[in-house]
Write a protein that binds this ligand. Structure first.
Ligand code: MN
Length: 193
């Protein structure tokens, strides 16, 4: 399946950013290359949006249960359309009547490294995503260490997000419930406005 399916044009088609208050595609265009984020999104269904800045866009997945720090946990991640780079640290309320209406909280952000290899050679992230498997190292405030993403259903754009069994893996930590606040404002979701 072509990457075109997730092209940023779909972002604009789905929304009127003048009305929604979300970043437009013609943002400041600052280099967000090495950043990832997770946004807690209280839309019609609560989920976490996983964003990876790459080549001027944010590769995006919706993770219903959010990420885990337990290497035995598999978390479903559904690919969604690329978002503009300025979306990486967006936080606020998307008003009723707009696509994805509801509160958005910046749950985690930080730099990441693409550590995907094949036959001992580094693989470009775009190619790795197209091939359905990549590995990254996260340097977030809440999430650290390796994570693997593997596509399990190309038609439905279903992937699994799994913590690598490294020194940052911790089955007892559960930051989704113990660290629910924003890394941007310190607010909990009910106080986002
Ligand atoms: Mn969302």
């Amino acid at each position: 399946m072509s990457e075109k399916r997730y092209n940023i044009d779909r972002y604009s088609k789905k929304r009127d950013t003048e009305k929604s208050g979300e970043p437009g595609v013609k943002g400041k265009g600052q280099k967000r290359q090495p950043l990832f984020s997770f946004q807690k999104h209280h839309a019609s269904r609560m989920h976490y949006d996983f964003r990876l800045a790459y080549n001027g866009v944010l590769k995006s997945w919706s993770v219903p249960k959010g990420p885990s720090t337990d290497s035995n946990e598999k978390r479903l991640a559904i690919r969604t359309e690329d978002h503009p780079p300025d979306y990486i640290d967006f936080e606020g309320v998307i008003p009723e009547g707009n696509y994805g209406a509801g509160k958005v909280l910046l749950w985690d952000i930080g730099e990441y490294e693409n550590i995907t290899t094949k036959d001992g050679k580094a693989v470009d992230l775009n190619k790795a995503i197209e091939s359905g498997h990549f590995k990254i190292l996260l340097h977030g405030e809440k999430l650290r260490g390796g994570y693997a993403m593997t596509r399990i259903d190309e038609k439905k754009s279903h992937w699994l997000l799994i913590k690598t069994d490294d020194e940052e893996a911790d089955a007892r930590r559960n930051p989704i419930s113990t660290e629910p606040g924003s890394v941007k404002s310190g607010k909990d979701i009910e106080h986002i406005n």
